[in-house]
Design a protein around this ligand. Structure first.
Ligand code: CAA
Length: 258
């Protein structure tokens, strides 16, 4: 696979997608987002892949939507072409686990894209922010909704209204990221975490992802009921048989192909 604005690698059962527009700090433009959608779709359909890592460069995960590309847009243009959502939300359709590995700037749409991942591992150099207000617009790829869910209303309002960036330590404290690692180890660590996930039964990992995402959409009792049905349905599956027998036989489970 050859892309103009992405670097794509496969490490065993893990796919690594890196945003690659270094001169613009990985600002997200139409071509890059189309390519990203294509890469995600291919890896989601590839039976060899069990987990996907999305990253950027050492300096920037992404500094937001491409400002020069949208500076002369009108409401009519953006509405008609469904700008942003049209090709930004492929990632939300990915059924396999997706880890965001963030170093440097994750601003505006960059922070929003990172929040679309299932969880974020941050380098100690990471900086998260929603500076859209400083350029006269609201966020457009989910920050007003996902940020309060991720870090609570007070912190989200603070970031969105003041355009303040937060560092990796604050991002970890507030729950925006799951772990912080040294910048020079980010990719290695993210790939290792992804390999751990990819060694699990893929069908179960996908079900867990679906159920956790459901927690944001349905009332608690419905979510718990859904989880219980999934749990019931796990019995008799090859993954359940292999996992529980491996435990009793004191050996490592082999979930290959499950
Ligand atoms: N779009 C296009 N180009 C961008 C960009 C963006 N969002 N962010 C940075 N760049 C470009 C700069 O224009 C610059 O290019 P030139 O060398 O050709 O001038 C290059 O990347 C390097 O940037 P800086 O010289 O500014 O680097 P810096 O280290 O001094 O500052 C920064 C880095 C703090 C990230 C700063 O570039 C910045 O504030 N960028 C804009 C961040 C922003 O406002 N993002 C929100 C965009 S709107 C959005 O995302 C809407 C949405 O919700 C979807």
């Amino acid at each position: 696979m050859q892309y103009e604005d992405l670097i794509v690698e496969v490490h065993g059962k893990v796919a690594l997608i890196r945003l690659n527009r270094p001169k613009a700090l990985n600002a997200l433009n139409d071509r890059m987002m189309n390519e990203l959608g294509e890469a995600f779709t291919l890896f989601d359909e590839d039976p060899q892949i069990g987990c996907i890592v999305l990253s950027g460069s050492e300096k920037a995960f992404a500094a937001g939507a491409d400002i020069p590309a949208m500076i002369d847009y009108t409401y009519q243009d953006t509405y008609r072409d469904d700008y942003i959502t049209r090709n930004w939300e492929h990632i939300l359709k990915v059924r396999k686990p997706v880890i965001g590995a963030v170093a440097g700037y994750a601003l505006g749409g960059g922070c929003e894209l990172a929040m679309m991942c299932d969880f974020i591992i941050a380098a100690d150099s990471a900086k998260f922010g929603q500076p859209e207000i400083k350029i006269g617009v609201t966020p457009g790829a989910g920050a007003t909704q996902r940020l309060p869910r991720a870090i609570g209303k007070a912190k989200a309002m603070d970031m969105l209204l003041t355009a303040r960036t937060i560092d990796a330590a604050e991002a970890e404290r507030t729950g925006l990221v799951s772990r912080v690692v040294p910048a020079d180890k980010l990719i290695e660590e993210a790939l290792a975490v992804a390999a751990t996930i990819a060694a699990m039964p893929l069908s179960v990992a996908m079900q867990i992802k679906e159920a956790v995402n459901r927690a944001y959409e349905v009332p608690l009792t419905e979510g718990v009921r859904y989880e219980r049905r999934m749990f019931h349905a796990a019995f008799g599956t090859p993954a359940q048989r292999e996992g529980m027998h491996a435990f009793l036989e004191k050996r490592l489970p082999n979930f290959e192909g499950l």
